[in-house]
Design a protein around this ligand. Sequence first.
Ligand code: GAR
Length: 194
Amino acid sequence: MAQPDKKKIVIFASGSGSNAQRLMEYFEHHNSVRVVALFANNPKAYALKRAETFHVPAFLFNREDFYQSGKVLQQLQELNPDLIVLAGFLWLVPQNIVQAFPNKIVNIHPALLPEYGGKGMHGIHVHTAVVQAKAKESGITIHLVNEEYDKGDFVYQHRCPVHETDTPEELAARVLQLEHEHLPRVIEELALKQ
Ligand code: GAR
């Protein structure tokens, strides 16, 4: 009997790409899901090196390609992914891409949205804000992407404690660990539903 095609995932990343790596590892030999491309907006993104290691095709793009010329949209349409995962991707996704992939773009955010989200709230800035607010808990939020930063429907949240003595870096490490633990499984579930 013919095997159904594997679900296709595209990853967007801006920096280190440790979450991208977790996804590429998890799906490397998966029966029903595969990572077909990694898009990066920063030539220095270590995520590009990680993609090379996993033989995942990488697409480097700039602001013009993303917001003006429609080049990224066209490349995505050609790839026709079932799911697009923003894994440490810091630019706002333009309306034409959001509309071309309704309910198919997800982001991971390193805090419990709706708090500590929005423009400029990424990476260590998020953890600094959480520590300064003396919050007792933080965590991760995986959510659908719409035209506003960090505003789409939640798919999954997981909490962790914030200790009184935590530095932003210590909290960042705890939250990143949670991301690595939960992101692949949540993405797998979502991809299989497409
Ligand atoms: C992750 O903690 C991710 O949640 C965060 O950037 C980090 C990227 O790490 N994303 C945001 O802050 C988006 N607002 P990585 O490049 O090692 O995966």
